[in-house]
Design a protein around this ligand. Structure first.
Ligand SMILES: [Fe+2]
Length: 175
């Protein structure tokens, strides 16, 4: 299986309130698609670093594991990030009727959907999976994959990179 649910209880109300708090900041543009939840600077500030790790890695000087400092005053989301050692975490919006290019990532990822519906799926190799809201998933994104939102609604989720040690708990192909 390229998708595995992680045994972790998400506080749905707290996550919703914290995302609302992030989006209440006036420096976040109305048409945001990604917002960094972590940064490369120990004393980074949200207004400076909210987009520090957005887009293709090749346009940045830093490497993914460098993006490890918490950026926002969001205790519930931060607790999850810290507990599992996640890095390069982002809040991401997927527009209706869109998909990603078929690709692979340098690390496996976790996902926590916040707003989703049955028209939103992730495809890894030959497996297609709908990730329900407010659950934490490990996904094997070092393999070829994409995700699509073929609904007429926006999808919102939190994602980030996981460590090899975390992956080894879920990746049944590893020795
Ligand atoms: Fe990916």
């Amino acid at each position: 299986m390229y998708f595995r649910e992680v045994d972790y209880q998400i506080d749905e109300k707290a996550f919703q309130e914290e995302v609302t708090y992030i989006l209440s900041h006036r420096f976040i543009p109305r048409d945001w698609l990604q917002i960094s939840l972590q940064t490369i600077n120990e004393d980074g500030k949200p207004e400076d670093d909210w987009d520090v790790t957005i887009g293709r890695l090749s346009k940045h000087d830093h490497k993914e594991p460098d993006v490890r400092y918490l950026l926002w005053d969001t205790p519930a989301i931060n607790e999850m990030i810290s507990r599992f050692g996640f890095y390069r975490c982002r809040l991401v919006k997927s527009p209706p009727k869109t998909s990603l290019t078929w690709h692979y990532d340098l690390s496996d990822r976790f996902h926590v959907p916040l707003v989703t519906n049955l028209g939103c799926n992730m495809v890894i190799e030959d497996q297609c999976f709908h990730l329900p809201a407010f659950k934490l998933f490990w996904t094997n994104t070092k393999r070829m994959h994409t995700s699509y939102n073929v609904s007429s609604e926006w999808r919102t989720h939190i994602l980030g990179c996981v460590t090899p040690a975390f992956s080894s708990l879920y990746d049944s192909s590893l020795p």
